[in-house]
Design a protein. Structure first.
Lengths: 338, 338
């Protein structure tokens, strides 16, 4: 057993796991956005994806994403050894009911909107450790389930401040294996929980930016890289406000990532025409964008090396109502063309 | 990279991680139960552990458990590479706020009451894979936070059916490493989500028993063992009703575990005097019982090999109110004296 730890919080895989297939499914609004043509499947106006409730719809998203990713990887579900799955809902019910039908061993995760980074990290550790030939990572979010979980009933028609993000209805899944495909995960940087004391749940970009800064800086230090060593450094859903804070915080540490930075939340909607304010968010935002738009560019070799850093705001309505702060976390994955 | 997978859903570690330290903390009621003298720390009547809310109290439980486990392992927190943490609350806030102060890279988990099995499994995979020298696994539950999260406000004084379990106020943490200590985790069996269609959230033993059966049977088949090869097969919190169902289901598969079986939920309270009905439950039940009573007997060599199988019921109040079933999951860990 060779140690693969580098620096303080990163792993460089001795045998990097490969991404064999990935798929995405999103709601109608996301399908009408700038990335619309890249998604594998787009739902109808009602957001129900054939289900009876929004929660059931979100479960369908995970089921569809994993099924499509398996098909793209040329595998059937019996070959899948493990699934790492998560979502934003209490007790991660979207995942439980979404992947129940696969009859595959599963580990449930919660890392708020950073969960796709967590799922890809743990799936990579499993494949690289010899614990499974084929392992899936999947996360989802749904605008209507998230509003119900964290904010107000949709029927209230509450006003949203400009700092608020719009939870993406969508899911993305990746199948990892020991060989094949045109992209591999060469390393990860595990995030710490970072709490700057922000308490505004409608400005999650600000709550998550310090964690994104912490993880990105740790990655650059641990791997002895500069931002230029990445073609892109892509956060999950910081949005416009979070991005500005991230740039400022990283400059204080001596890193300028303005040229490399991209944020899935800022790409997925057109803020002028789609009324989504600071951008998209949710577990499904980073996951669907990764599967639809980031991975294909790495596979083609257009980007040689990307740092993918989904970011999460660790709050619940209970912690918020009890006046607690909103700590952040960011989980980073290094994805390279091969 | 040698493959360590065996059978359909198990891993046998080439280099089994060792358990270097473990600690437990529980509430006053648990301290008054049959296992009272084994816990490291016992709280006061108010259940607040010095906090201002029950959620804050539960976070304190995790913080204390990890701190004590680190001290017992002779480590300081800077040496800890990773923490795998989870709890029962929406968005696992007990974990987020509990481990925030350690400034350690973290992966958040949700597996309902099976989470300690999941945390020990993933921590083992990390250590055995060369991803960290010292890795922690911790979970918690709290009677008052759980009642608020899943059932009714405590002030209502709702009647509880005899099939109901009593959520344990407690936390248990283990520190894993590559060598040292008198116990090691030689293998794991990852659970599948099993849904028999039960819908009674006040009879969680029945909901979880099919999953426990599935994981235990898979473990016996994958490792080519019979129940006699274990000194004990210990489930998390099936309680009396779940235990009966487990025995019946396993007999249908040709396994009789009655002589080896123990259930943390049935050990932690005295049902005659403590009015806890079917037994204890919660993420903290299996975790605290493992740290306080199971691990020490393995360390002493009284038990040579134990199958520890925390069990979880995958429901939320939303899934319950929407009429969904309560699927179960069980995560198994093989712990041996060394």
């Amino acid at each position: 057993m060779k140690k693969q730890t580098i620096g303080k919080q990163s792993i460089e895989f001795e045998r990097a796991p490969h991404i064999l297939g990935a798929a995405s499914i999103v709601g109608k609004k996301e399908g009408e956005g700038p990335l619309g043509k890249y998604f594998d499947k787009i739902g109808e106006e009602d957001g129900l994806f054939g289900g009876k409730s929004w929660e059931e719809a979100e479960s369908t998203l995970q089921k569809e994403a994993v099924s499509m990713a398996l098909a793209k990887a040329g595998l059937d579900q019996q070959q899948l050894r493990l699934i790492y799955a998560g979502d934003l809902l209490a007790q991660t019910i979207a995942s439980s009911f979404g992947i129940l039908g696969f009859h595959t061993p599963v580990y449930g995760l919660y890392g708020a909107c950073s969960t796709m980074g967590e799922a890809l990290s743990l799936a990579s550790m499993a494949v690289a450790g010899g614990y499974g030939d084929y392992v899936a990572a999947v996360t989802s979010s749904h605008f209507a389930t998230a509003e119900k979980e964290f904010r107000f009933p949709l029927g209230y028609g509450s006003q949203r401040p400009l700092s608020a993000t719009w939870t993406v209805t969508g899911s993305g899944a990746c199948i990892l294996g020991t060989e094949g495909g045109k992209a591999r995960i060469t390393g990860i940087t595990t995030g710490k929980i970072v709490d700057f004391g922000f308490k505004d749940s409608l400005n999650m970009g600000a709550c998550m930016a310090p964690a994104a800064c912490d993880t990105i800086a740790a990655n650059l230090v641990d791997f002895v890289r500069s931002p230029q060593d990445y073609d892109r450094i892509i956060t999950g859903d910081l949005g416009e406000i979070g991005q500005k804070i991230l740039f400022d915080l990283l400059k204080e540490k001596g890193f300028d990532i303005e040229k490399q930075h991209m944020d899935c939340g800022m790409e997925i909607f057109d803020k002028e025409t789609q009324d989504t304010h600071a951008g998209g968010s949710g577990c499904g935002c980073a996951a669907a964008t990764f599967a639809a738009c980031i991975l294909p560019r790495i596979q083609k070799g257009e980007w040689k090396r990307v740092l993918f850093v989904p970011t999460g705001a660790l709050l619940s309505k209970v912690s918020y109502n009890e006046g607690r702060s909103v700590p952040g976390i960011a989980q980073a994955v290094v994805v390279e063309h091969c």
